[in-house]
Design a protein around this ligand. Structure first.
Ligand code: ASP
Length: 328
């Protein structure tokens, strides 16, 4: 991939070397994300934001212009994605977009004059989340002197509508000897074409609707929320909420001692859901907030790469000496 000026729309566009490149730029972002240094490399650059949490762009010195909620945009007045893309890309340097319809971000990107990053299009894909998830997996495994090849992972929950697991499965196809256990209610199984894609890539895929036996002998348990906003009715979503609950006692009884627990967040902490119980908060293998920290690094890397400033980040930086700079 030539990153400069490119859209980031789907995991499908990457090869393994591209992913390594993103991860190595993410590593370089650490002092800026941890607030030991600040950089102004994107001073004056404008992010046209159609949803996204702006921190990663701000940390590179850039400015975010918000267009949140479709009620407040011309789309609510019947404007097409084409027109909105032409207008917004006229005064932005890069755009991040999240949209409820599958394929909409790619349609928008086709009309945009600046790079568009897909922040989630319906239940289709969420490439930046998958990249930060894999970056987290890589870091967690390297603590155990392991690499992503030979990974054993269980993905649990709403695998039908969860876009983060769709993108993560596609990303894992780039690695060798990966074993995936897909744990969901029968109605919420991973789409068949993604399962096929994984099998053709040489991955070992098993499907199950039983949590406890599926989380034994894996390196990672990746839990997900029931995507209730994608169901036809609340009643239908309620049928599945709370079906798979991982808590400390289930973990202790079934998992290997080093099994890492992940979730794309938000976890549903209401009583009738609790796919990841709060009693795991003190479990050192709960990696969910390491994921969010890593998300800032990976998104900074994607901005620096698409705007082609990786080589200048340090040049436009300085050390800081305020009290909280020492917190990491
Ligand atoms: N935040 C993730 C997403 O946007 C996961 C979720 O909403 O459950 O897809």
């Amino acid at each position: 991939v030539e990153f400069a000026g490119s859209h980031i729309l789907s995991i499908q566009q990457f090869e393994r070397a591209d992913v390594e490149r993103i991860f190595s730029v993410a590593d370089q972002m650490e002092p800026y994300a941890q607030r030991q240094r600040v950089t102004k490399v994107l001073d004056g650059a404008i992010l046209g934001n159609m949803f996204f949490e702006p921190s990663a762009f701000n940390l590179l010195g850039g400015e975010v212009r918000e267009t949140t909620g479709f009620e407040s945009t011309a789309i609510a007045k019947g404007e097409s994605l084409y027109d909105t893309a032409r207008v917004l890309s006229g005064y932005s340097d890069v755009i991040v977009m999240r949209h409820p319809a599958e394929g909409s971000v790619a349609e928008f990107a086709a009309a945009s004059r600046v790079p568009v990053l897909n922040g989630g299009d319906g239940s289709n894909e969420h490439p930046s989340q998958a990249l930060l998830d894999l970056y987290t997996i890589k870091k967690e495994l390297s603590e155990q002197r392991r690499s992503i090849d030979k990974l054993r992972i269980a993905m649990v929950g709403d695998l039908r509508y969860g876009r983060t697991v769709h993108s993560l499965c596609k990303l894992l196809c780039l690695y060798d000897d990966v074993q995936v256990r897909l744990v969901s209610p029968g109605e919420l199984r991973m789409p068949g074409e993604i399962v096929e894609q994984m099998r053709s890539a040489g991955m070992q895929v098993e499907e199950s609707d039983a949590l406890e036996e599926s989380i034994a002998h894996v390196d990672i348990v990746y839990s997900t929320r029931i995507q209730e906003e994608r169901f036809n009715s609340q009643e239908e979503a309620d049928l599945y909420r709370g079906r798979f609950r991982l808590n400390q006692s289930v973990y202790t009884a079934n998992c290997e001692p080093n099994t890492v627990i992940m979730h794309p967040l938000p976890r549903d902490s209401r009583d009738n859901a609790r796919e990841l119980d709060d009693d795991l908060n003190d479990n050192p293998n709960l990696a969910i907030f390491r994921q969010t920290d890593n998300g800032v690094l990976v998104r900074m890397a994607l901005f620096a790469l698409t705007l082609d400033v990786v080589g200048q980040v340090a040049e436009y930086s300085r050390e800081v000496n305020w009290y909280t700079a020492g917190r990491f």
